[in-house]
Design a protein around this ligand. Structure first.
Ligand SMILES: C[S@@+](CC[C@H](N)C(=O)[O-])C[C@H]1O[C@@H](n2cnc3c(N)ncnc32)[C@H](O)[C@@H]1O
Length: 288
């Protein structure tokens, strides 16, 4: 008798657990769901159904890629962020859960200033898949945004995500060096720039080092190159009361704060991620 979908999922999770993967159950569920074209709910409902031999073969192929160290999001070409499904290709960073801290802090600051239905103007510098900007637009019904990136292929992915999520009418994507080609005023500027010091890239986990695009990681010799560029653009681009919210790497809080202050900004707030690490910093133009 052929194996059921539920049995296959449990067996694959056990295989992943034995190989020491971090999230064996979740990985098994996503890969089997992908092979069957089923979401989580459909997969659970179909647990007792038999698995066709052709699907068993394609699951084995997906499992081999996972066991060789390829991240699940790369295998299936999609990643959930802020409860939304994003297309990911080799041109973009896989959106990370900790980046939701940037979205949370930006929304908290917007809420502090008024209603979410304001016609806010948002810029996302180094937009990649568009994750931060599109998550914000999903929460702010009358806001519009522009995302920049140096990589044309990344911008094409961001555009596809905007279309798939039904947000394309409120967003534009532009090739450019952070904010240098933009004109303000913006109510909000967000960025999760490359922030890994170049000498540290070699020591990153293989899932990151070998699969995320190098220009999404490389923050220059000290990891702060992008913050310097963003800090020099932000005072020109922020409107009155506008905020810059940036993601930072572990241990970068003091360095990034100093960089933003040197660029002419005042630090407004810091938010920690679920591990308790300072992960997002908000800054504003100081009052004249
Ligand atoms: C860490 S990734 C973040 C992607 C996305 N915002 C996210 O949070 O998932 C940084 C992004 O910055 C882009 N980038 C690198 N250098 C840049 C530059 N000089 N100007 C604009 N974007 C740049 C990369 O191509 C990459 O998409």
């Amino acid at each position: 008798m052929s194996e059921s979908i539920g049995e296959a999922r449990r067996a694959l999770a056990a295989q992943f657990r034995g190989a020491g993967l971090d999230s064996p159950e979740l990985d098994a569920r996503i890969l089997i769901g992908h092979a069957l074209g089923m979401d989580h709910t459909a997969l659970a409902a179909a647990a007792t159904q038999p698995l066709a031999a052709s699907v068993t073969a394609s699951i084995a192929g997906l499992a081999a890629r996972r066991l060789a160290g390829e991240p699940v999001a790369r295998i299936v070409g999609a990643k959930e962020f802020w409860g939304l499904s994003f297309i990911v290709t080799p041109a973009v960073l896989v959106p990370r859960p900790e980046t939701e801290t940037v979205v949370e802090l930006a929304l908290a600051l917007i809420d502090r200033q008024g209603k979410r239905t304001r016609a806010l103007r948002i810029a996302d510098l180094g937009t990649g898949s568009g994750a931060i900007l599109l998550a914000l637009l999903s929460e702010l019904p009358d806001a519009s945004g522009i995302g920049t990136d140096i990589d044309l292929q990344a911008l094409a992915v961001a555009r596809r995500n905007a279309e798939t999520l039904g947000l394309a009418a409120r967003v534009g994507f532009l090739r450019g060096d952070y904010g240098s080609a933009l004109q303000g005023p913006f109510d909000l500027i967000v960025s999760n720039p490359p922030y890994v010091a170049r000498r540290d890239i070699e020591g990153l986990a293989p899932e990151v080092r070998d699969h995320d695009p190098p220009h999404a990681l490389d923050g220059g010799t000290d990891g702060l190159a992008a913050y310097r560029a963003i800090a020099s653009d932000a005072p020109r681009l922020l409107g009155p009361g506008g905020r810059l919210v940036v993601e930072i790497g572990a241990g970068q809080e003091r360095h990034v704060e100093r960089t933003l202050i040197q660029g002419g900004l005042a630090i407004d707030a810091v938010r920690h991620d679920l591990l308790g690490l300072a992960r997002a910093i908000a800054a504003t133009r100081p009052a004249a």
